[in-house]
Every structure is written in C-alpha cells, then in structure tokens.
Design a protein around this ligand. Structure first.
Ligand code: COI
Length: 355
C-alpha cells in the first residue's frame, strides 16, 4: 500500500499537542493531530489518506444517523520502556472488526488499509503516545453508513476513519455493580457480539438508572431463570472462585473480548485453573456464602481490569474481599502491562513494534 500521508496537508496545520495535560489524561478527552479516512462506494474502498483531524460535513439524511449502521473497534498503543511504540494485537482486533461489519451488513475494510493505515497514523502522531505507566494511546477505528438517503436500506456508501487519543485509567476505584433484572443488553440472534454503536447506546438508559441508585455499572445477565452472567458494563466479566478463573463462554450475546482472551492465556501462565462456562448469579451467591468468591472484575480494552467491590443481587449486597498485589486481577493486569511496555517476554507475539 502507498504512503497514506499527504505531506502538504500534514505541514499545513498547527499541532494541538501542547494543550495536552499528560498528568491528567482521563479517557476520551484528547484527540491526536491526524486521522485516517477512506471512502467506500461502487463496491470498493478508495482514497485512503491521513489528514489533519477535523470535523466532518454530513447531510442530515446520512443513513448512519438514522438506522445505526455503525461499527467501531478500540485498541491501544504503548510507549515501551526503551522508547519504542508497541500496538497490541492488531490482527485480532481486525478480525473482530470484520465480524461486526458483517453482522451489520457493512463491507469489510481490507487488512492493509486497517493495519498499515493504523501503524502510519500512530507513527505520524508518535509524540502523542504517553510514557507514564498505565497510560496509552487509544486507537479508534470505525465505519459508518455515509450514503445520503433516508429510506430504510443498507447503505451503499461508507466512511472508514481511524483517530487516536492519549488516555489514562478508565475507572479509578473498585466498582459497585448491580445485577440487572429489568433490562437486557443482548438476546440470542441479536447484535450482542458485534461492536456496533447501538449496543452501547441501548445500555445508556439502564446504566443511568443504576447510577442514580448508587451503582457504578451493571452486571448483565442472559435473562433466563438461571440468570447467567454475560458482561459487566462495557466489559467482559471474570470471577475467581475457589482459585479458578471463571468467565462465561463467548456467544452471540457476548463480545469476544481481546483483553479477555489475553488474560485467559496469562491466567494459565500464572498457574490458575481456567473455567469457561455459563455462570449463574445463584452460583455466585452460593460461592459467596462459602467464602469461595475471591474476585470479580470486568476486563476490556479501556479499563484492562476493573475490580468489583460489591455485587448487588435482587436487593442484597454481596461484598468482595479487598484486592491486593496477590489478587489474580492485579497480577494479570501487571503481567499484561509488562508485556505491552516491553518489560516481560511477549511470548504470544501480541505486540507490533513500530520501527
Ligand atoms: C472496552 O473497554 O473494550 C470498550 O469497549 C469500552 C469502550 C467503549 C470505551
């Protein structure tokens, strides 16, 4: 693939880097100087280029604004100990992106545009990659239906954009979560396993209600009488029960989390047993009664691991023991970070190191 950067464009503007408070990044506050844009029409992707980050001009009739044909990914780049930059599991994110696009009747983006485009974009904005431990450059690829037409139909035109932004920690304290018993995030045959915008928008109202009642996040179930756990907020859910790491299997209602997959590999390396199976809320209550529920946490790209301090189930609070350096989620988080920052061996070849 050709060089995607238009040198005239990239010289013509003033960097916003000096406006970034690297001591207080937050999540989603800052966007780096450039973005990649490609267009799809007449059955083909074309005109992939890297341009200065700027607003888009959209017709009010743009299809994505009405019927929600929009899919995104989220991955991260890290400043390694030796100053080089690593990007975590590009190919795995690409594969999930393609599956989400397919489910939403949207065209796949060629791997070259995704992979080389993303690496060139990170390179051109390399000074935006934070160097503080725990911080990273969040990379947001997305595709939306850009055809100007308000009839209900599959779009024939799309835009693919990647932008990036430096981010810090997602949650600052262990979470108090509520097992949701009115709303559902996903149903069999639906779009639950796709990273499409509607899945997130649909969760906002129930989450807002839970937050009004003093909870940080929702623990979603499958809505069956067994109340099997599905996800935690926007993350996969994991538990340590009797020294075994337990997590629900991936299904059409659960996102195939890349942090989830990575931590399951690391769990075995850390000497834990792993059990991937349905996990009922009632089993959690039982395990808690027997003092066997040691940990509960969410795992995702944004938060990496997010410990849960209390699970609220049908009107009752179930408190978890405090987390410390010997907790699985602390050890797994540290090992994963060490691999990404180049402090531990990358034996699974997860990192793409920029030259
Ligand atoms: C993740 O952590 O993987 C997410 O999807 C959260 C993102 C929507 C900010």
């Amino acid at each position: 693939m050709n060089e995607l950067i238009d040198p005239e464009n990239s010289n013509a503007f003033k960097s916003r880097l000096s406006l970034v408070d690297f001591n207080n990044l937050g999540f989603g506050t800052y966007v780096s100087d450039h973005m990649l844009v490609a267009n799809y029409s007449k059955g083909k992707w074309h005109n992939a280029e890297i341009v200065p980050y700027a607003n888009l001009t959209l017709a009010p009739s743009t299809l994505a604004l009405h019927y929600g044909q929009t899919v995104f990914e989220g991955l991260k780049a890290f400043r390694m100990e030796d100053g080089r930059i690593s990007i975590f599991r590009i190919e795995k994110h690409y594969q999930r992106f393609c599956r989400s696009l397919k489910r939403m009747a949207m065209p796949e983006v060629p791997f070259d545009i995704f992979n080389i485009g993303l690496q060139q974009l990170v390179k051109i904005d390399k000074d935006w990659v934070p160097s503080k431990n725990g911080d990273s450059l969040y990379i947001r690829p997305f595709v939306f239906a850009s055809e100007e037409r308000f009839g209900v139909k599959v779009s024939e035109e799309y835009k693919f954009i990647i932008f990036t932004g430096p981010v810090g920690a997602y949650y600052s304290k262990p979470l108090r979560v509520k097992v949701e018993d009115v709303f559902m995030r996903a149903a069999k045959g639906g779009t639950g396993s796709a990273k499409c915008g509607g899945n997130y928008g649909g969760a906002f109202f129930p989450t807002q209600q839970a937050q009004k009642n003093g909870f940080d996040q929702i623990l979603w179930t499958d809505g069956t009488p067994q109340l099997n756990i599905e996800e935690s907020g926007t993350m996969n859910a994991m538990f340590v029960i009797d020294q075994t790491v337990v997590t629900p299997s991936i299904s059409e209602t659960i996102l195939d989390g890349i942090t989830r997959d990575s931590l399951l590999n690391l769990a075995k390396d850390l000497g834990y047993k792993v059990s991937i199976r349905p996990l009922s809320v009632f089993e959690i209550i039982e395990a808690h009664k027997k003092n066997l529920l040691h940990e509960a946490f969410g795992v995702g790209t944004a938060a990496v691991t997010s410990p849960i301090s209390c699970i609220h189930i049908q009107g009752k609070d179930f408190f978890l023991p405090e987390y410390d350096r010997n907790s699985f989620c602390t050890k797994a988080h540290k090992l994963l970070s060490d691999i990404r920052y180049g402090k531990a061996e990358d034996k699974y070849c997860w990192n793409t190191i920029l030259s």
